[in-house]
Design a protein around this ligand. Structure first.
Ligand code: AMP
Ligand code: ZN
Length: 124
């Protein structure tokens, strides 16, 4: 269980909270008590998945010091899904766009997992 607890009430309006509750359809590739992994609606690579906590955390900047387990769970889930999707060997990129300049468009913490083609650096 994550340590986000009841201090993180679900948002009625948030699109990713609604996906977590099953109110909006998504192609889910992994889920457990604490997090969800589903396909991005507008994929930027052959594999483009989003890893989200079920708890409504707005962004990396909104994380509490006590949420190490929540954050670690997202990264370890990304590792596991990359393996199960068969992209771990060739490699992949994890991205957490944060805030306006970071290009964040959905205010529910998410980690992008991009893979299946060479990804250029630096990003735009
Ligand atoms: P960001 O711009 O980093 O906030 O990423 C938000 C991502 O969520 C974008 O890549 C969108 O394509 C994706 N997205 C938005 N709505 C949905 C949805 N209903 N199902 C799946 N992906 C979505
Ligand atoms: Zn949310």
């Amino acid at each position: 269980m994550s340590d986000s607890g009841s201090s993180r009430p679900a948002s009625a309006e948030c699109v990713f909270c609604r996906i977590s509750r099953g109110e909006i359809p998504a192609t889910v590739v992994h889920e457990d008590e604490d997090l969800l992994v589903f396909e991005d609606l507008n994929p930027q690579a052959p594999t483009h998945l989003l890893i989200i906590p079920r708890a409504h955390v707005a962004s990396v900047d909104d994380l509490h010091d006590g949420e190490r387990d929540l954050v670690g769970g997202l990264i370890l889930a990304a590792r596991d899904v990359a393996r199960s999707q068969g992209v771990a060997e060739d490699g992949y990129r994890l991205v957490a766009n944060t805030g306006r300049d970071g290009g964040q468009t959905v205010d529910h913490l998410h980690v992008h997992l991009l893979a299946g083609r060479p990804l250029s650096w630096p990003p735009g």
